[in-house]
Design a protein around this ligand. Sequence first.
Ligand SMILES: [Zn+2]
Length: 361
Amino acid sequence: MADDLHVIIFVDGLGYAWLDRTPFVNSLETVRPVRPGIGYSINIQTELFSGELPDELGLFCEYRRRSPKGSLSYRSLAAAMRAFSWNRRLSALQHKVLTRLGLPVAQIPFEYLSEFEHVGYSVFTERRGPILPQARIVSWTESKRPYGDRDVDTVESILASLREEQDLLIVGTLVDIDAIGHIFGPGSFEHDSHLELLDQRLEQIYSTARQVNERARITIVSDHGQSKVDKATELRLPVDLRRELGTRLSMFVDSTIIRFWSSDRVLDAEVKGFASSIGTVVSDADRKRFGIENVDFGTVVVVADDGTLFHPNFMSGYHMPRGMHGYWPDLESQTALFADSARFEMPDRIVASDVPRYLQL
Ligand SMILES: [Zn+2]
């Protein structure tokens, strides 16, 4: 098959649960549910294309704990900003300005800022794994259109690349369905209509590829599904834990995952007790299964219940999206998909880190 054209389309946030809305994808020869990795894009997209779990990759979630603790400049910046943060709107505005200035601070409260650093990593730019080094990558990052409307450009570039007939392996990344899910929620009119549009675009890509090369193969892979957000949990640490913050305890509150770092087992047990009241604490066995055994990823990791958002959180502040992912990977709502125009033997259900094996046939 090596001389044939192979188009791999990565679709951010295309859930297996919505296959009835995507008849073209559903009609492909091989269609399977994929259990995603735990976490967010940075590690789960990598898992899909390189097969590496966070422990092997050394990364889990977009912000990691700095070591040694905080740079002086960040500490003084945080102190200065804090002095001017009278209310949450002002604080959100300050974060926005700093982000515009090129400092990746998301909505991390200023008192935590010096403890964490942003990890600038994408598997598509790092070209990690067996496929990406040889592929022509057509990335959503090349689009100048707004959030939720970027695929038009990407699809056009993919079609143009196909017509040029210069590459045998093309990897395209479509991201609008994830964005629309965040804005309107899965199950909304907007999300349903976009699924139909996405399906038509994928079909167009495949038929163009077949015109160029009649044995062309298309593979569609996604990194996760999405859940409708209908509940918010405000993090209220018990007083005895709160007073350890900044010394023996630190934490990073993502929208659906909180990572705690505590200095000893006694404190860890206390944190676990509290964490299990707000979500599911990832057990040692599951940390092994998901490949997040490294304690640098947190001594305690807790995942929100399906459809619940930790609110406010360090990523989106007080903003409430209507759809979210990053919940427990085994949930049906989070299940991703693998679809291929080629017919081959494959288990009924796979995990994300198995995907590279099937990409390469
Ligand atoms: Zn997303």
